[in-house]
Design a protein around this ligand. Structure first.
Ligand SMILES: *Cc1c(COP(=O)(O)O)cnc(C)c1O
Length: 220
């Protein structure tokens, strides 16, 4: 019998291309569920809470690539820099500087994505485009020797309005292309269970998918 995790994983794999990275979002899900996906060849997993991430990383196989996808508090950066593969939600200069500082302390260069605010909703975190242009102009990004900015991340408005979602993703892709004239960006992380198909059509090459693989999460 195939598990529902296997079905979910295969379904997603069939609908994304080879050059798109699938981050399986395992937040709130038990280690057994992660192990199951891991045994099917899934190596990239995403978590949004530092405590949960470090606990899972301790117990699970060491070749798992852990992605921190949630809002990250500066005082918790030190707990994840020794092992994290990619931090998606870098949304302020202060956080960026803290990651650089903690990376320097342990002699590690940390891969990060700058989160850009693209949604209409006030609640979503992220830089405005202009703030990032200024960081580049002021030479801040170059100055930070222990972070590597490998791309951008964005979350669209949570809405049934597909046109709005598409517009938001398209604006992030345009900004990604603009920055790529001065930086070397590899990843454009956009798309979750409900909107990843639109995200892929608009140029995403990294999707973060939870419920379509692991099933719905219990509401806290
Ligand atoms: C939870 C979460 C996801 C995955 O959400 P699903 O709708 O379950 O696919 C993606 N990105 C972020 C930042 C999340 O917090």
């Amino acid at each position: 019998m195939t598990s529902s995790i296997e079905e979910g994983l295969n379904q997603i794999r069939d609908s994304i291309s080879n050059d798109c990275t699938l981050v399986a979002v395992s937040k709130t899900k038990p280690n057994e569920a992660i192990k199951l996906a891991y045994n099917l060849g899934q190596l990239d997993f995403g978590e949004n809470k530092v405590q949960e991430l470090t606990t899972k990383a301790d117990l699970l196989p060491k070749d798992i690539r852990w992605h921190m996808i949630g809002h990250l508090q500066r005082n918790k950066v030190k707990y994840i820099v020794p092992f994290v593969h990619l931090i998606h939600g870098v949304d302020s200069e202060r956080l960026l500087r803290e990651i650089n500082k903690q990376g320097a302390k342990i002699g590690r260069k940390i891969n990060i994505l700058l989160q850009v605010h693209i949604a209409k909703e006030e609640s979503k975190f992220g830089f405005d485009e202009e703030e990032i242009r200024n960081l580049i102009k002021e030479g801040v990004l170059k100055e930070l020797q222990n972070v590597t900015i490998t791309g951008l991340m964005g979350m669209a408005t949570h809405t049934e309005d597909e046109l709005l979602v598409r517009k938001e993703f398209a604006s992030l892709k345009a900004f990604f292309d603009e920055l790529n004239q001065v930086l070397t960006l590899r990843y454009l992380s956009m798309g979750m269970t409900n909107d990843y198909k639109i995200a892929l059509e608009e140029g995403s090459n990294m999707v973060r998918i939870g419920s379509a693989i692991f099933g719905a999460r219990n509401k806290p």
